[in-house]
Ligand binder design. Sequence first.
Ligand SMILES: Cc1cc2nc3c(=O)[nH]c(=O)nc-3n(C[C@H](O)[C@H](O)[C@H](O)COP(=O)(O)O)c2cc1C
Length: 252
Amino acid sequence: METIRTIMEHRSIRKYKSDPIPEGIMQEILEAGTRASNTGNMQVYSIIVTQSPEVKEQLAPCHFNQPMVKEAPAVLTFCADLNRFSQWCQQRQAKPGYDNLLWFCNGTIDAMLAAQNVCIAAEAHGLGICYLGTTLYTASRVVEVLRLPKGVMPITTVTVGYPAEQPLLTDRLPLRGIVHSERYDNYSTTDIDQIYAAKEQLPLTQRLLAENDKQTLAQIFTDKRYPHADNLAFSRSLIEVLEQQGFMNHDE
Ligand SMILES: Cc1cc2nc3c(=O)[nH]c(=O)nc-3n(C[C@H](O)[C@H](O)[C@H](O)COP(=O)(O)O)c2cc1C
């Protein structure tokens, strides 16, 4: 029940106290990350713990200078890692075949499951967390800063520290908008209207509409926050990094 309460009380924390995270707690939350389910129990992921001001300084631009990167005592970068497992195979007369999209996806799943376990464990200790999706947007720079070898791809970053704010819980779509019974039940226009109605009526939405001079909340996502041209540009650079890091060999 304690775990469910922790999960239900989650909110992203974007302001942190400068108090360090005690080493024992850090070890425990990282250990909790490694207890997550993972592909074939191969654990094809790595976690880079950044606590030094110098490396945080270098990481900050990778995250579009979101202040949490320098403010939080710890910045964790979760990576898909086929390097370690492939090295082991090579040292044990086994030929690794993990230089492809399937294993990038498997590594990504492992990295994200470990990340979420770390987040829940951190929150259970009264720490606050915030995911940073910017890791994928600037992956080539993250690879340089963290010196990630071939076979390793940064997937997501989580800032961790004691909260210096207590934001309200954010909204979620109603369960019936997310869950399908037995098979996928495609949405009618009325379903869409109903599922998004509460979100569209929030005071926050009204404020965003006024601030952004838009007619609908959806337009704020498509035109302001995640516009198509940006998505294409970031996708192209992501494919380049995947090639560079050795995940796009589909010819042999
Ligand atoms: C993959 C991913 C990337 C995210 N990237 C960012 C980010 O770059 N900056 C940020 O402030 N929040 C980021 N978030 C946090 C989300 O904005 C947040 O989880 C969402 O708005 C719901 O709010 P809550 O976490 O407080 O419930 C990210 C979350 C996820 C899962």
